[in-house]
Design a protein around this ligand. Sequence first.
Ligand code: ADP
Length: 193
Amino acid sequence: MRLILLGPPGAGKGTQAARLVEKFGIPQLSTGDMLRAAVKAGTPVGLQAKAVMEAGGLVSDEIVVGIIAGRIQEADASKGFILDGFPRTVAQAEALDRMLNEKAMQLDAVVELKVDENALLSRIEKRAAETIAAGGTVRADDNPEAFKTRLEAYRAQTAPVSAYYASKGELTVVDGMQPIEVVSAALDQALPG
Ligand code: ADP
């Protein structure tokens, strides 16, 4: 199963990806998580990505395409993967197409979780509050100012990715405003097998 989850920050991609990891036994490849790990480890990629991520902007296509190209070749991804947070630009989607073509691999589904913009900020605020309550550290970009930039990046650069897959007849849209179990059921219906 090779699946792409699309949707704005706070749409619920991470929640659904975690469930599908269990269901299909395939890894969730979250470029956000990988980049945060790189920042934490202070790698060259992390050093380049840190400021732009904290401000809510997009890391360069070159960096994220490089990360994903390496990651999908690892052994645990041989049976499939769930892409979460990638592709985030049409250039990334085109690069992914090239990578998959080279390996004669195909996508099984591209699903967009559609959520009202008005609901997103409160979801992000809730996530931050829950993280604090659990004694964790809030993401540097989970604040209203960076969130505004993330939403703008989504509108300008990531929304066209949905159109890209829709034009190829590959996009399924799921209403992400429904309760989690209902979203889960709708998503399962959109997936083969
Ligand atoms: P979100 O909650 O917005 O889905 P993520 O955890 O997916 O956040 O990503 C956090 C940040 O990491 C993004 O705002 C961006 O700076 C960077 N990032 C993640 N994936 C990509 C990507 N595919 N292209 C460019 N930047 C990315």
